[in-house]
Design a protein around this ligand. Structure first.
Ligand code: ZN
Ligand code: MN
Length: 493
């Protein structure tokens, strides 16, 4: 049987969440919570991002900082000097006829990201090299009306700051590619430069893939040792454009591995590159066009923008300001008994993490805090409550639980009442009164319905009281204090 080697590289575009666009003062729609397609077309633009003649770009410094922060998080070398270039192509959603991007002097180069072995069914973690992280502006969007056959241009997205992250072809399976993008998304969210919501188009992925036929002689050797000389034949390099979910990344690449392997007779003699799209309805890719080479874009330096420099001191400061990465969090929490999944949830949800840290300062019990945050999330998800629980109130409740005054069962009940808008003070007061009242009632009930145990106890069988205490605990779902219950029962008998 023939043996194939799959090689995958990724280009990932991430919309930054800065308040303003890349080269003008327009509001950046990617910083708003609603989808850009929900906005009225052409309401977030000005002459600059609409490409009017005579306008000049003005740099958003924060976007540059975000690009460099991303580079640091991805272990890149931050470049001391960087510049922007014009990338020319003709398309109706690109009003200037060129995109301001970066060609040979990006902000960050030569990084890497490790992906977990266990997530991709291999023993070792894999280091995926990152070629570069550069900054550019996004284009607008075309809206095609099916009925009338007309097309419209919406420039709300034009000029939105984008970082492009380019990997080396170090990925060896569709599954690894998916895991890589997931990990990248978690990091982007953790450092706070983008919401990285694929559904909202904040994070888009293009994948390059080829398949090589491997010489039978080298089949036994480690895949890392396969160099260019020991494979016989290579498929064209296929670029699949605009994959916008983790599932589609994996599905499209799986389809392409299969298609290329079966299409061996048509593999070209010379290296060649083609572009294909992915149809999520059929799960198949389809040919789009032959790929432009860099020369087709006629890159040249953007004359309206300066060279951007950074000193070692400034780079160190950025490193200090970098928020905790998912891996740091994982290390910090491994002793606290928090599961890996919970850590990854915390690191990918900025808001949840902030609340967690705030509450943790008051109630030093990470597991307890996380358990209750998860409960609140469950309540909100079910739609039982629109407003989340007030943090100060939550702290009061958790302190009572931690000090042992309230059992977990009761805590949960009180929490759901708090989610309905009740105040914690009132609930705690009510709980204390109710507990005294209830306990006597429950004990009376247990005594009257367990005549055998009662008479056994009266005959002098001490262990019969244990059964009665157990019944009371069962009735109160563990909320009562067993010692106290025992005392009360003996008094009553
Ligand atoms: Zn503008
Ligand atoms: Mn790009």
């Amino acid at each position: 049987m023939n043996k194939f080697k799959t090689t995958i590289g990724l280009e990932i575009h991430v919309e930054l969440n800065t308040k303003r666009k890349m080269f003008c003062d327009c509001i950046n729609p990617a910083s708003l919570s609603s989808k850009i397609s929900d906005r009225k077309p052409n309401t977030f633009c000005c002459p600059t991002c609409m490409g009017f003649p005579g306008t000049l770009p003005r740099t958003n410094e924060l976007a540059i900082e975000f690009a460099r922060l991303t580079g640091i998080a991805l272990n890149c070398e931050i470049q001391k000097e960087s510049k922007f270039d014009r990338k020319h192509y003709f398309y109706p959603d690109l009003p200037k006829g060129y995109q301001i991007s970066q060609y040979d002097m990006p902000f960050c180069k030569n990084g890497f990201l490790e992906i977990d072995g266990e997530k991709t069914c291999s023993e070792q973690s894999r280091r995926i090299r990152i070629n570069r992280v550069h900054l550019e502006e996004d284009a607008g969007k075309l809206i095609h009306h099916q009925d009338s056959g007309e097309s419209f241009v919406d420039l709300n997205r034009a000029g939105t700051p984008l970082i492009e992250i380019v990997t080396e072809p170090d990925l060896e399976s569709p599954e690894q590619a998916k895991e890589f993008v997931k990990k990248l998304r978690d990091i982007i969210r953790a450092i706070g430069v983008s919401d990285a919501d694929m559904e909202k188009g904040h994070l888009r992925c293009d994948a390059n893939i080829d398949v090589k036929l491997i010489n039978s002689k080298s089949q036994e050797t480690n895949s890392k040792q396969i160099s260019n000389s020991n494979f016989q034949k290579m498929s064209p390099i296929v670029e699949i454009k605009n994959l916008n979910s983790f599932r589609f990344i994996e599905k499209a690449l799986e389809f392409e591995v299969e298609r290329l392997s079966l299409d061996q007779e048509n593999w070209p003699e010379e290296k060649s590159k083609i572009t294909r799209g992915f149809d999520s309805k059929t799960g198949e890719t389809y040919e789009q066009r032959r790929k432009e080479e860099a020369a087709d874009y006629r890159y040249f330096p953007e004359p309206d923008l300066p060279v951007y420099t950074i000193t070692d001191d400034e780079i160190s400061k950025l490193k200090v300001n970098l928020k905790d990465l998912p891996e740091d969090l994982e290390n910090q929490m491994s002793d606290m008994g928090i599961s890996k999944e919970q850590v990854s949830m915390l690191s990918s949800d900025k808001k949840l993490r902030e609340i967690f840290n705030t509450v943790l300062k008051e109630v030093n019990d990470p597991r307890l805090v996380l358990t209750y945050l998860m409960l609140i999330r469950g309540i909100v998800k079910k739609g039982n409550s629109t407003a989340a629980v007030n943090i100060k109130e939550l702290v009061v409740l958790l302190k009572e639980i931690k000090s042992g005054n309230i059992k977990h069962e009761i805590g949960k009940r009180l929490l759901s009442k708090m989610a309905e808008g009740e105040r914690v003070d009132g609930l705690l007061e009510g709980f204390k009164n109710q507990e005294e009242y209830d306990i006597n009632k429950v004990i009376d009930k247990v005594i009257s319905s367990n005549t055998k145990a009662v008479s056994d106890f009266r005959k002098g069988q001490q262990n019969a009281v244990g059964f009665l205490v157990g019944s009371v605990m069962k009735e109160t779902k563990g909320a009562a204090n067993p010692q106290e219950v025992k005392k009360l029962i003996i008094e009553k008998l």
